[in-house]
Design a protein around this ligand. Sequence first.
Ligand code: SAM
Length: 299
Amino acid sequence: MFSYRHAFHAGNHADVLKHTVLIATLEHLLEKEAALTVVDTHAGAGLYRLDGDYAGTSGEAAEGVLRLLSEPKDAKAAPLPDALARYLDVIRDFNPKGGARIYPGSPFITHHLLREHDKLKLFELHPTDARTLDANIAQLEAGRQIAVLREDGFGSATKFLPPPSRRALVLCDPSYEIKSDYARVLDFVSAALKRFATGTYAVWYPIIPRPEAHDLPRRLKTLATKAGKSWLHATLTVKSSKIVTDASGATHRPGLPASGMFLINPPYTLKALLEPALPQMVQRLGQDRHAASSLESGG
Ligand code: SAM
């Protein structure tokens, strides 16, 4: 456990999907004046350097956010769909000199959008990332608006539900390093929904050849439907998941080919925002003929 470090993956296609959905969801929830509490059960380090050693090792951002930012402006091209444009606006806010040297993780994206009376609860267990997160958050001088907890996000995040204003977004974004994470996500969302049925829940998951990964959205859908709650499921595939064998007989794993976001009680505006944004992600980030997206909702 704990070999996963988000710094290797920051700004990849999965972050593009996750953070586009996060921003669109937050901006809708922030239209109401009443305080919002955001609970980030797996926060990561908060901020990442895309020109640093970690990001350079995998180059994942080059096939994600950097590809989106480096596209030449074509006067004749159709404008980017709102959700994707807003995502890139937020990334640019962290990089006022251009490019994307800094990539904000979910805690910083969220804090950037929150108002002073909103609250942010961050859970991170990795000792190094928790220390980095603490130090990054301290720079914001946000006082009691932000709490950083070195606790198990699955085990104790429900203690903040429901918040006093009874308005919350819960982002559940584990690393799925261990198989049991899939079942823990389901147990966590189920327990959280029992405590706070009207909260908005957003779960990110990898789409990989593993039965648990395929079962998770199906089981979340069943959970939402049984609870009488609305749901939305968005996926982005950028390449085939097939293992490739080269001329020398060596096999190459393709890296993460696809991921999904499953929301319970999503904003009613979200589907219309993602409808044009997802095909644009496919067009701009797709790496082979398997690139695709899907969007469904119910309840
Ligand atoms: N949400 C972040 C973002 O979008 O920028 C990325 C989070 S990363 C995918 C998952 C994080 O969860 C890792 O930093 C990992 O150390 C942490 N983690 C793993 N198990 C955890 C647990 N049980 N509770 C809290 N954090 C955990």
